[in-house]
Design a protein around this ligand. Structure first.
Ligand SMILES: Nc1nc2c(c(=O)[nH]1)N[C@H]1C(S)=C(S)[C@@H](COP(=O)(O)O)O[C@H]1N2
Ligand SMILES: [Mo]
Length: 407
């Protein structure tokens, strides 16, 4: 009896000591901050998941860098972590090899270092998770509850995949309809594989650097296969194998994940997805999250701010898939009854986001401003983003609304 109570007392003392220690570190062990999960990240990033690591950029940090998103604040979305790569520092090219095969006349393997001898290209592009904006869908969908911070505008530099094929004298087979990229993995971690249409070969880049620095390990260093104009998921980090295939890959990240219902037509006899209902995803009745949906974000004013009037500067960014130029961004402060043209920073095709600004005349009091982008083939954003509700909450591009006060 006595020994039991003695043991209990000792245990309680131990527990007390542990609580004290945890208290002094602010319970760091229970809830690691972003910089503790990934070396060099801003500690203010929101930890949506620890395993796999998913970090969201808080909106005020995102808008503080309207040109390019620095590596310290760029969001992270891992489906499969690569242990040892949780840092914004670059990763060594030494010994990194990539296999290229499938429907090509001469399969080959190249060393990461070989890329340094080929012509380098640079592309500034929006990197956006197809789940960005997901928490705006009603009812709630499955998946990480992103607000609007699963996005960034970054500059990748590296070698075009088509230039590498040419340098190796490799020809594609006629049936090569998709580029299927596989990531490196550790142990028996699940595979991460994505397929994109062969059309994407035009701009596909084997990226070695980001924003003028070695590609951060956590963002796919030493080599990431990026597809400008395509949603984040298609940009395979730590690429290890590239295959040219006749069909889409069949692993979970290609099907049923990262897809949205197709628009029903005579050949697709399925009803549209109804909010709150499940959908029988198949290769024919759905399409992958490929090309980025046209979108715009208001960077100023911010929600809840008080600004000086009556002339109020509204600004933000807009982007599409880069296939055609954006032609306008419109702003409304009366619920969409009338719209005013914003000024676009530039009007040529762009994979990166384009900044815009407008000056509104507003009386003192509370206001709500909306913004929507249009592109050269007439694509725009729905006033009610929920029209595209889908059970995994992908590709939200509803018009953004911001409430603020004019003093
Ligand atoms: N190898 C690998 N590549 C990946 C992923 C992954 O889990 N593993 N996640 C994808 C998803 S869903 C997104 S949105 C982007 C996120 O890129 P980032 O983490 O560099 O911001 O990477 C994509 N590429
Ligand atoms: Mo994603």
């Amino acid at each position: 009896m006595e020994s039991v109570s003695r043991r209990t007392a000792l245990k309680l003392m131990g527990l007390g000591a542990a609580l004290l220690a945890a208290g002094s570190r602010g319970f760091a062990q229970q809830a690691p901050t972003a910089d503790q999960l990934v070396k060099g990240k801003n500690p203010k990033l929101l930890v949506l998941s620890q395993r796999p690591i998913v970090l969201e950029t808080p909106y005020d940090l995102l808008v503080s860098q309207p040109e390019r998103t620095p590596k310290e604040i760029l969001y992270i979305r891992n489906n499969v972590d690569l242990p040892g790569y949780n840092t914004v520092e670059g990763a060594s090219l030494d010994g990194w090899k990539v296999e290229v095969g499938g429907l090509v006349d001469k399969p080959f393997t190249f060393e990461a270092k070989e890329l340094l001898e080929l012509p380098q290209h640079e592309v500034t592009m929006v990197l956006q998770c197809s789940g960005n904006g997901r928490s705006l869908f009603q009812p709630r969908t499955s998946g990480n509850p992103w607000k609007r911070g699963g996005v960034g505008n970054v500059t990748f530099r590296g070698v075009r995949l088509k230039d590498l094929l040419e340098a190796k004298g490799v020809k594609l087979g006629e049936k090569a309809l998709y580029i299927t990229a596989h990531a490196s993995r550790q142990g028996n971690a699940p595979e991460f594989v994505r397929s994109v249409p062969i059309h994407a070969l035009g701009h596909a880049l084997l990226a070695l650097s980001m924003n003028g620095e070695p590609l951060p390990a956590v963002h796919g260093g030493p080599i990431r296969l990026v597809f400008p104009g395509y949603f984040g998921v298609n940009n395979v980090k730590w690429v290890q194998k590239i295959e040219f295939t006749e069909a889409e890959n069949t692993t979970a990240e290609q099907m049923p994940r990262y897809r949205v219902p197709a628009i029903p037509n005579a050949n697709i006899p399925f009803l549209p997805q109804e909010p709150g209902k499940t959908y029988p995803y198949s290769f024919t009745n759905s399409r992958p999250n490929w090309l980025v949906a046209i979108n715009s974000f208001i960077f100023a004013p911010l929600e809840g701010q008080t600004v000086e009037g009556p002339y109020v500067r509204v600004e933000g960014v807009a982007f599409n898939d880069g296939i055609v130029p954006l032609v306008s961004v419109e702003v409304s402060a009366n619920g969409g009854r009338t719209w005013q043209q914003a000024r676009l920073e530039r009007q040529e095709k762009s994979f990166g986001w384009v900044r815009w600004q407008a000056t509104l005349y507003l009386r003192p009091g509370e206001h709500e401003v909306m913004a929507r982008a249009w592109d050269a083939v007439g694509r725009s954003q729905p006033l009610d983003g929920n029209i595209a509700w889908n059970e995994r909450g992908y590709e939200y591009n509803g018009v953004m609304r911001v409430k603020f006060t004019v003093a």
